[in-house]
Every structure is written in structure tokens, then in C-alpha cells.
Ligand binder design. Structure first.
Ligand code: SF4
Ligand code: SF4
Ligand code: SF4
Length: 340
């Protein structure tokens, strides 16, 4: 691997290391994946002027402009200014580019700006969270998805925020077509049934997906005024122990979730292993070290959950343990007929 001695500084400035000597890639932060056309044009201009005319769209909904010569970094930073301002990203000094890269771009599905199934404005929420946590070099991943369909794959994030609605039933508008029952059963969890001509919702089963609201022809089902969220905690990718996030809160309010995220940075300030900074110790592994109780002690500080909120007594994580077993590897060798 070719390493430039200034790489640490470039990384902090949101430039990415390249395998090509003398080159770096410019990371463009796009909270919620929402960018205006003027900024998008600027990304293209930078790629044409300083790169080789190609752009990578990242899995976290930002851009990377590769093949930039290291000596062009300052000029690229100046050109990034318009994008930084238009996307509302916090900055330390105008014209100097992005001040951090550790805390990742906050992702979002299209949300209520576009999708009829959305329970909230995911883009707005992503922008709000980004404003609250950026710049920061702690390695934290957050994503917002508008409903339990989870198009944003939030369970691979440290904080996965899933919109919920509590459907409201008006029997006077109901014509008994049972569409809601069928759709809830086919597309969701089957929480609806018909009793004496009325539709009954099993509140223990209902996940607040809003499918019944979308398919009711008479608006007998409507969305609750209050917005609710399911919070999935500490999912991760990675080589050692990738895993899906675990259920933590259901029917939570926005304020509680934002507070938890903010509090988490205090936990990281205290427990991040400075020797592991270069190795980008992931928050999930820090929680493995300290125990989840210690993490929650920080994360839940001054959080007042609403009366409807349910909290998991225990978080269950399922994932691969490549650091603990070689059984899978052995069986793969056996299957291929190779000797170890
Ligand atoms: S997660 Fe739900 S709201 Fe978001 S795009 Fe998918 S279906 Fe629409
Ligand atoms: S919100 Fe979803 S789970 Fe709940 S009753 Fe409606 S369709 Fe079923
Ligand atoms: S879809 Fe609407 S109108 Fe039809 S049974 Fe359900 S609540 Fe009643």
C-alpha cells in the first residue's frame, strides 16, 4: 500500500487515500442523500477539472471524486465551498473543505418528500442529525428510513431510525371491504382481523408500518398526528464480527432519539481507545469492551421516554464471529476438496 506521510491530515479533511501514488479522492458529504442540481454540477466540474472525469457514488449516499492530485487539494477545497453551503454541512473555516470524516454521512430513504409509505420526512431528520453531530471524527453511522420496509438498510448502522405511525380507525367511514386486513396480512404482520363487522387491530402485533392507511379506500384508517420511531442499535459491518442492529426502542419520540445520539458522543469521548484511533475502532466494539450497560448509562442520560415507548430489556445481536471460530473456513475447505 502506498502511503503518503500527510495522509492523516488529508483524511481528516475528508480526502481518501488512493492506491495511486500522488493521488487522493475527495469525499463529498450529502446529508440524507439530498443534493441540489447546482451542487451536483459542481461535483461534475471538480471531477472534470481535477480528477479523471469519473465519480463514485458511495454506499452512504455521498460522492467520491477519485484521481485528484495531492497538490490540488486546496483548489478542490475552494470549489467544494458551494456544495458545503448548499447542503448545509457544518464547517470550521470557509474554503478549507470538510473538517472531519469519521462520523459518516447520515443516510436516508426518500421519505415523505416522495414515498407514499413514509411515516416522516427522513431527509429533514438526516439533515437535523448531521447538523447536531458534524464535524466529529468518531466513527459513527446513522441512517433514517421512512417505514418498516427499511429501504435505507438502517440495521447495518449504529443508530437505525425507522418511522412508525399509530393507525387511527374511524368505524363510521369503514365500508367493510377488508382490504386493510388483507394488505396487513400479505405485506405486513397480520395485525388486523374482523370482529362483528368491525376491524380490530392487535396492538401487540402492529408494527406501525402504515400499510392499512395506504390501502383503505375510504380513509377509515389515517395516520396518527404523533410521529413515532423504532430505534435499532449498534449494527455494523467489519471484518471481525459483522452483525445486524438489535431492537431497542419502539414507539419512541424524536427528541429522545436525538438526545441518545448526542449522548453517545460523550460516551465515545470517554471510552475511545486512542491507540485504536488509527484502526478506527468502531463504536460497537467499544461497547463490547465496556459492556452495553455502561453505554446505555451514557446514551440514556436525561432521556425521558414517552408513555407509549417500549424499551427492550435486553438487546439481542446476531452476527458472524470470524474472530472466534474457523469452523466455517474448515467446512469450506472440505467442500472444495482442498487440504488445510
Ligand atoms: S423505507 Fe418506506 S418510506 Fe422509505 S422508501 Fe422504502 S417504502 Fe418508502
Ligand atoms: S400499521 Fe401495519 S401492522 Fe399495524 S395494522 Fe396497519 S398494516 Fe397492520
Ligand atoms: S380498508 Fe378501510 S374501509 Fe375497508 S375494511 Fe379496512 S378500514 Fe374498512
Amino acid at each position: 500500500m502506498i502511503r503518503d506521510y500527510n495522509m492523516k491530515e488529508y483524511k481528516k479533511n475528508a480526502f481518501r487515500q488512493s492506491k495511486h501514488r500522488g493521488e487522493i479522492a475527495s469525499r463529498v458529504r450529502v446529508p440524507g442523500g439530498k443534493i441540489d442540481s447546482q451542487s451536483l454540477m459542481r461535483v461534475v466540474e471538480i471531477a472534470e477539472k481535477y480528477g479523471n472525469g469519473t465519480i463514485n457514488i458511495t454506499s452512504r449516499q455521498g460522492f467520491e471524486i477519485p484521481h485528484i492530485r495531492i497538490e490540488d487539494r486546496d483548489k478542490v477545497n475552494e470549489e467544494l465551498q458551494l456544495i458545503i453551503e448548499n447542503t448545509g454541512v457544518n464547517q470550521e473555516e470557509a474554503g478549507k473543505g470538510y473538517p472531519a470524516s469519521g462520523t459518516r454521512n447520515v443516510g436516508a430513504c426518500p421519505g415523505s418528500d416522495l414515498c407514499p409509505f413514509a411515516c416522516y420526512d427522513t431527509k429533514e431528520m438526516a439533515a437535523k442529525i448531521d447538523k447536531m453531530i458534524y464535524p466529529n471524527n468518531h466513527h459513527v453511522k446513522i441512517a433514517c428510513t421512512g417505514c418498516s420496509n427499511d429501504c435505507a438498510h438502517v440495521r447495518l448502522n449504529d443508530f437505525g431510525i425507522i418511522g412508525q405511525t399509530e393507525p387511527q380507525y374511524d368505524p363510521d367511514r369503514c365500508i367493510g371491504c377488508e382490504q386493510c386486513v388483507q394488505y396487513c396480512s400479505k405485506r405486513s404482520v397480520g395485525a388486523l382481523s374482523v370482529v362483528n363487522g368491525k376491524i380490530i387491530r392487535d396492538t401487540n402485533k402492529c408494527i406501525g408500518c402504515g400499510v392499512c392507511v395506504n390501502y383503505c379506500p375510504t380513509r377509515a384508517w389515517t395516520r396518527s398526528k404523533e410521529k413515532y420511531f423504532r430505534l435499532e442499535l449498534l449494527g455494523r459491518t467489519g471484518k471481525k464480527n459483522p452483525r445486524m442492529a438489535g431492537d431497542f426502542l419502539k414507539w419512541a419520540d424524536e427528541e429522545s432519539i436525538l438526545k441518545m445520539i448526542k449522548n453517545t458522543y460523550e460516551y465515545l469521548d470517554k471510552y475511545l481507545d486512542m491507540a485504536a484511533v488509527e484502526a478506527k475502532e468502531h463504536i460497537g466494539y467499544i461497547v463490547d469492551r465496556t459492556g452495553v450497560e455502561e453505554f446505555l448509562k451514557y446514551a440514556m442520560k436525561d432521556v425521558e421516554l414517552g408513555p407509549k415507548c417500549e424499551m427492550a430489556g435486553r438487546i439481542y445481536w446476531e452476527g458472524k464471529r470470524y474472530d472466534q471460530t474457523n469452523e466455517l473456513r474448515k467446512s469450506m475447505y472440505r467442500f472444495s476438496g482442498r487440504e488445510e
